[in-house]
Write a protein that binds this ligand. Structure first.
Ligand SMILES: [Zn+2]
Length: 231
C-alpha cells in the first residue's frame, strides 16, 4: 500500500502466515520493508487489546515479513497496523531530498554516486570525485535548499520497462539497476528529476524543509562520504 499512497499511516490486515512465532506476513501492509537505501518502517500491529511492536520489516522471497517483539499472532488473525509516522515521514523527506542531491551532484559535477543510505535524520552519500571541494558542496546545498522552498510536485507511477529505460538519468547508481520486471516504478520531481525507485516520498518539495552538511569523510583516494542532516 505504501507504493501507491506513502501518506497512509494505518490499515487493517489479516495474518497470512507466522514463522518462528515472530515473523508475520499480512495480506496487505503500509509498512515499508528495508530496501533501496531506505530503512524499514517501525510501528504496531494491534489485535483486539494486544499490541505487537513491529521492530523490523524486510522482504524475503517477494513477501513482506514483519518481525514483532513477542509471540501470539497466528494465521487468520485480524490486525490493525499503525506506523511510527514520525520516523516514516522523516524518511520520506530525506528520500526526496536525496533524489534532489543526486540529481544536482550528477548533473553538475560529473561525480558518480556510488552509494546512498538514508537514516532517520540524515542522508549519507558516497561519491566518486577526484577533486573534492567543500566550498562547491556548500553551493550545492544552497541550490538544493532553494528548491526545497518551492512548490514543486513529486509524483510516482509505473511505466513499461522499455519506455522507462529511455528516460535519461533514470538510473543514477551503478548498483541500483532495476529488477527484471515488465513495469518500473518511476519517481518524478516535476521538471527536475526522474528516477527508477521503489521508495516512499513526500508529494511536494516544500515538505522537505531543508538540509545542512554535517561532515565529510574521505573513503579512499576518490571516494567521499558526506552526511546531510535534515533541518
Ligand atoms: Zn530513491
Amino acid at each position: 500500500m505504501y507504493l501507491e499512497d506513502s501518506y497512509l499511516r494505518e490499515c487493517d490486515a489479516s495474518v497470512v502466515s507466522v514463522k518462528d512465532e515472530k515473523y508475520v506476513v499480512l495480506d496487505q501492509t503500509v509498512f515499508y520493508p528495508k530496501g533501496g537505501g531506505q530503512p524499514w518502517d517501525t510501528g504496531k500491529l494491534i489485535k483486539d487489546q494486544e499490541t505487537f511492536n513491529a521492530v523490523y520489516v524486510g522482504k524475503f522471497s517477494g513477501e513482506i515479513s514483519h518481525e514483532v517483539d513477542h509471540a501470539g499472532l497466528k494465521e487468520g488473525d485480524k490486525v490493525h497496523c499503525v506506523l511510527d509516522w514520525e520516523r516514516r515521514y522523516k524518511l520520506m523527506r530525506s528520500h526526496t531530498a536525496a533524489h534532489i542531491l543526486a540529481s544536482l551532484l550528477c548533473n553538475g559535477t560529473g561525480a558518480l554516486v556510488t552509494g546512498n543510505q538514508l537514516e532517520e535524520d540524515k542522508i549519507r552519500f558516497d561519491f566518486n570525485l577526484e577533486k573534492f571541494d567543500p566550498e562547491i558542496l556548500k553551493e550545492y546545498i544552497e541550490r538544493a535548499n532553494e528548491l526545497f522552498g518551492k512548490d514543486i510536485p513529486v509524483k510516482w507511477y509505473e511505466l513499461p520497462r522499455e519506455e522507462a529505460l529511455k528516460i535519461p538519468g533514470l538510473i543514477k547508481m551503478a548498483e541500483a539497476f532495476p529488477p527484471d520486471i515488465p513495469r518500473l516504478r518511476v519517481v518524478e520531481i516535476v521538471g527536475i528529476d526522474m528516477q527508477a525507485d521503489g521508495g516512499t516520498h513526500v508529494k511536494n518539495l516544500k515538505e522537505v524543509g531543508g538540509i545542512n552538511v554535517l561532515k565529510t569523510e574521505n573513503k579512499g583516494k576518490q571516494n567521499r562520504r558526506v552526511y546531510f542532516p535534515l533541518q
